[in-house]
Design a protein around this ligand. Structure first.
Ligand code: ADP
Ligand code: MG
Length: 230
């Protein structure tokens, strides 16, 4: 029931941007749709996110990191994703379980079978119908994020300023780590090609948004639209 679409890719590849654009488009078309993110998306999961991204938490053990991501995911799936899919709606999620395999598995070297077991518990086996991989050179993505961070730092003087992009503990890991993650994603895609759509994130964001909508369109048939608003 419903339609579950996730966005994956390296830092700065435009996942959050594209997830929002697709969300706005589907909403304008009258589809029942929600946009959420990982880690986060519920009150409890957002609290766990704060622990995960805090730059001061340099002592966090890889096992702790893995279990916290999984705990945040378990709450998101049970509180928000499953119930919304059960009503027949569309859930768009900015990152999901594939990130655990890429970041904690390929990136940090955790055993993939173990991760699979933890993930199955956390998600009760829920898999996306469709996953976009926004493909961008690791250094180019980190550079995009860094320049966004610098713009944020310059603007911080303004009161009530909400940073559009955060720079966090996981972004700050070294280039070799981010490259292992990217290679990991490539392997995940080749293991399950039917679920993934790989698109170059170097295109202008409007062109990329069009390609994403085009790929999602055939899946929309199963989702009844809401009555048009008057
Ligand atoms: N297609 C694109 N071309 C150039 N810059 C982009 C593109 N998509 C997003 N950006 C910029 O790159 C930065 C990171 O985008 P974001 O959507 O936050 O990526 P992610 O969520 O994958 O980390 C932002 O400053 C955003 O404006
Ligand atoms: Mg993002």
């Amino acid at each position: 029931m419903g339609l579950f679409i996730t966005f994956e890719g390296p830092e700065g590849s435009g996942k959050s941007t594209q997830a929002r654009l697709l969300y706005e488009r589907l909403q304008a078309m009258g589809y029942p749709v929600i946009l959420t993110r990982e880690p986060g998306g519920t009150r409890i999961s957002e609290l766990i996110r704060r622990i995960l991204v805090d730059l001061r938490h340099t002592e966090m053990a890889p096992t702790t990191e893995t279990l916290l991501f999984s705990a945040a995911r378990a709450q998101l799936v049970s509180e928000l994703v499953r119930p919304y899919l059960n009503t027949g709606g569309i859930v768009l999620c900015d990152r999901y379980a594939d990130s655990t395999f890429a970041y904690q598995g390929y990136g940090l070297g955790r055993d993939l079978d173990e991760l699979q077991a933890i993930t199955t518990i956390a998600t009760s086996g829920l898999q996306p119908d469709l996953t976009f991989y926004l493909d961008l050179d690791v250094e180019a993505g980190l550079q995009r994020k860094r320049s966004a961070r610098d713009r944020v730092n310059e603007a911080k003087a303004a009161p009530n300023y909400t940073p559009p992009v955060e720079w966090n503990r996981l972004d700050a890991r070294d280039l070799a780590y981010h490259q292992r993650v990217a290679a990991g994603f490539a392997e995940l895609i080749s293991n399950d090609p039917a679920r993934w759509r790989q698109l170059s994130a170097e295109q202008p964001l409007e062109t990329l948004a069009e390609a994403i909508y085009f790929a999602a369109e055939p899946f929309l048939e199963r989702v009844p639209r809401l009555e048009p608003r008057r």
